[in-house]
Design a protein around this ligand. Structure first.
Ligand SMILES: [Mg+2]
Length: 201
């Protein structure tokens, strides 16, 4: 029987669509498309996720790396947290789970400054029974250690736990440990998927 529901944050509970967000500031879609991966798919971004680098320092490094793009880099770093907005239909599922007595947790790769920001901004964070945030633990998904840290810290039994993530390969280590998983794709009906595990909400 599932008792614990573990949520990823980005694109499960909070939207993270940098391209879409930056298009508010420019109409040049091709420029945005080449720009965003240079930031969010860089090793430096992973270091941010892992809590090894500060946002302030990362901005400086990106500017020195791509001086011709200083303007967009500054804009991105100044405003990017504003794009972290709740995915309302999934927040309402979280609320229902919590009200029905399920324990809820976060397991997310998230930059620590950004986590602090969203935690202060949105009330739903008070619902969770625990959280493992990569930037605070200095370990990232899909590394086995972060999943083990979650199980150990909150004394969770894998067979009673279900993990929801939008990135398929972040589910694999969880599965290996015996945790059930749901791959939350853009068109996934999360409520329906949860019901397949006899979760009554
Ligand atoms: Mg995600």
């Amino acid at each position: 029987m599932i008792k614990n529901i573990i949520f990823d944050l980005g694109n499960v509970l909070l939207k993270f669509k940098p391209e879409e967000f930056l298009l508010q500031y420019t109409n040049d879609e091709d420029y945005i498309k080449q720009f965003v991966p240079k930031i969010t798919r860089s090793k430096l971004w992973l270091d941010l996720d892992r809590g090894l680098e500060s946002l302030e320092n990362a901005e400086r490094i990106f500017v020195s790396r791509y001086p011709e793009e200083e303007e967009l880099i500054s804009l991105f770093f100044k405003h990017w947290m504003e794009m972290l907005t709740p995915i309302e239909e999934n927040i309402s599922i979280l609320l229902d789970l919590s009200e029905s007595g399920y324990n809820t947790y976060i397991l997310s790769n998230y930059i620590k400054e950004a986590f602090k920001f969203v935690k202060e901004k949105f009330n739903f964070f008070t619902l969770f029974d625990g959280q493992i945030i990569s930037g605070e633990e200095n370990v990232i998904k899909p590394e086995k250690a972060i999943y083990e840290t979650l199980l150990r810290r909150y004394q969770l039994i894998p067979e009673e736990s279900l993990f929801i993530d939008d990135v398929f390969f972040f589910l694999k280590p969880a599965k290996k440990l015996g945790i059930s998983t749901i791959w939350n794709r853009p068109h996934t009906d999360l409520r329906k998927e949860l019901k397949k595990f006899n979760i009554s909400i």
